[in-house]
Design a protein around this ligand. Structure first.
Ligand SMILES: O=c1[nH]cnc2c1ncn2[C@H]1C[C@H](O)[C@@H](COP(=O)(O)OP(=O)(O)O)O1
Length: 174
């Protein structure tokens, strides 16, 4: 996955105008811009399409099309190198590639922590669906990670609330 310009986690990709290019050609173009390498995509890589509600009142509703391509570790490392060096969008729309940890540590580190971050649109569901579909994590492990993730999320919300109260106090002093 990647850290986006807006601080949210998401998959490489972007908007495609289907009257101008096919979904697969549009995705290949976006991958070249964001990853700095040409990755051919075909209809066989399509996993799911769904209607995603607008992420903010000012943005439009979207149909998201999710594609999955299996790669060898060496190919992934090549993509990671190119994404950080030759990709046109690096440092602009994309701040870096991130690997998804497929393990959960005792204290909740790993997948549980990863899933508690903030994701763009329906990227978290896309990630969870693909982990299950390709048997990368068992349903039991994923359930455990998501349960822990929810606790981390609640703790983060409480932490943010405490920071907000603190700034309110400081704001009134000045
Ligand atoms: O990974 C994703 N999963 C689901 N929806 C996503 C993901 N990444 C982006 N989006 C949605 C949210 C945005 O409204 C649109 C366009 O994304 P963006 O990165 O801004 O596209 P461009 O590169 O600017 O074309 O898609």
């Amino acid at each position: 996955m990647q850290m986006r310009f807006d601080g949210l986690l998401g998959f490489p990709g972007g908007l495609v105008n289907p009257s101008k290019e096919t979904l697969e050609a549009g995705l290949s173009r976006e991958l070249s811009e964001e990853l700095g390498v040409a990755i051919p995509i075909s209809a066989e890589n399509h996993m799911e399409s769904c209607h995603a509600p607008a992420s903010s009142p000012s943005s439009s509703h979207l149909i998201t099309h999710f594609y999955v391509k299996k790669m060898e570790e060496e190919q992934i490392m090549e993509v990671e190198r190119a994404a950080a060096s030759t990709a046109a969008d690096h440092g602009l729309e994309v701040l870096g590639m991130v690997r998804v940890p497929l393990y959960t540590m005792k204290g909740g580190g790993g997948l549980a922590s990863f899933l508690s971050h903030s994701f763009i649109g329906n990227a978290r569901s896309q990630l969870v669906d693909s982990l299950l579909r390709f048997n990368l994590v068992s349903p039991k492990e994923l359930h455990k990670a998501l349960t822990h993730s929810l606790k981390i999320h609640t703790h983060t919300a409480e932490d943010l609330q405490a920071a907000l109260v603190l700034t309110e106090v400081k704001r009134k002093q000045f």
